[in-house]
Design a protein around this ligand. Structure first.
Ligand code: GLA
Length: 391
């Protein structure tokens, strides 16, 4: 989090809503997933980490049950009656915080009215979880405003529920978990079935995490995402005729290979193969990382991308080109798409001395081949949601 940015949001808050005491400030990061893609909803392991950029909120309680929402990113300002929260297309991004309040009040105390100003520095639609960040930020904030004692993990879960049931995107738990529970300089090995997790040190000696934004907008992302989920469910149903499993990721590779023919639809079979193999790659990756074997970590990243391209079919031309160009640069250990896919970002592990060459060469070559101007971020691994004191 940048202190200066937080100050700017506070100043803008005062300009908009007026001076006064009891102003509080909150921050929630974005996330990047190192490996384990499209398997959170298949009961698998994922390995994301929180970033040091994200979403800021400055807020003050009101004496009624009205919530006024504004952001420095867009013009829209919306006032919502907290006794009548319903989805409204015209409310655009405000539907995310509205959904969160609705879910929060199902398990926590009533939320008092408030005025809030948000600011986000996660590029929109980049696959770095700007929505999860906004949700968990709102959940963390209202828990403080309402004087509730809902635990962080429950705030994470209700944020996912808001996205599933209020906004209508059937996402898994990974993003909300990463932005809510992230820890500085650590990635999280999360078992999405049990929600057991382990922090794994992720400050790599001499290696940086470089995120490359394809700038390709994720047009049909939500409908394609939901389609992939149903294909996995179809594969699971076929396998359950013979196997006693609850999730695709309950199988290891050998069990899958032995029973793959049970899945009638070849497309669903490919999706399932990705899920099973990707899950094992996550475990292999964490193992290699703990041993300091970064070469293997990098190879697993490339293998993950290939599988997302060929079996899961969620990459698309732009992400593929970005990875192809990364592969040509020496000092790049591995590279892959991150997040839901269909556009958005890649994540690469790049040796310190090669970062500038990476950004220059991959940038130029990518632009030549796609006519899109990419953006690059050298990422630091930050802390999950928190209140910023002393603002
Ligand atoms: C999106 C979803 C996550 C996860 C990823 C793919 O980011 O929100 O739950 O499924 O896609 O790994």
């Amino acid at each position: 989090m940048q202190k200066q940015m937080m100050e700017n949001v506070k100043n803008e808050f005062v300009n908009r809503y007026g001076e006064g005491s009891n102003i509080r400030a909150f921050f929630t990061p974005g996330r990047v997933n190192i490996i384990g893609e499209h398997i959170d909803y298949n009961g698998g392991f994922v390995f994301p980490c929180a970033l040091d950029f994200g979403t800021y909120a400055v807020v003050r309680k009101r004496n009624d049950r009205k919530a006024r929402f504004a952001t420095m990113n867009f013009d829209l300002e919306v006032t919502v009656d907290l006794d009548n929260i319903v989805y409204d297309e015209a409310h655009d991004w405000v539907n995310y915080p509205k959904g969160v309040i609705k879910m929060y009040e199902k398990i926590g105390p009533k939320v008092p009215g408030f005025d809030v100003l948000y600011y986000g520095d996660i590029p929109n639609g980049s696959g770095l979880s700007s929505s999860a960040s906004l949700e968990v930020l709102t959940a963390t904030m209202i828990n403080v405003l309402a004087g509730g004692d809902i635990a962080p993990i429950q705030l994470v879960q209700l944020s996912q529920k808001a996205e599933n049931e209020f906004v209508g995107v059937n996402c898994g738990i990974m993003d909300q978990f990463a932005v809510g529970m992230g820890k500085e300089d650590h990635a999280i090995l999360l078992d999405c079935n049990t929600l057991e997790y382990q922090y794994v040190p992720f400050k790599l000696d001499g290696v940086k995490i470089v995120i490359a934004n394809t700038k390709m907008r994720r047009g049909l992302a939500d409908s394609k995402y939901n389609e992939r989920r149903s294909e996995c469910e179809e594969a699971l149903r076929d396998l359950q005729d013979v196997l006693k499993i609850d999730y695709l990721c309950d199988m290891d590779e050998a069990t899958f290979d032995q029973h793959a023919e049970l899945i009638n639809n070849p497309i669903a079979r490919n999706r399932a193969q990705h899920a099973v193999y990707e899950n094992q790659r996550v475990l292999k990756c964490v193992d290699a990382l703990k041993k300091g074997d970064l070469e293997t970590v990098g190879d697993l990243l490339y293998a993950s991308h290939d599988s997302l391209r060929d079996l899961y079919e969620v990459t698309g031309k732009e992400l593929d080109i970005m990875v192809e160009e990364a592969k040509k640069i020496s000092g790049v250990l591995g590279s892959r798409m991150t997040g839901a896919g269909f556009g958005g970002c890649t994540v690469s592990l790049v040796e310190d001395e090669q970062v500038d060459a990476f950004i220059k060469n991959v940038g130029e070559n990518y632009q030549k081949r796609t006519n899109l101007e990419p953006e690059f971020y050298v990422a630091n691994v930050g802390q999950g949601a928190y209140e910023v004191k002393g603002v």
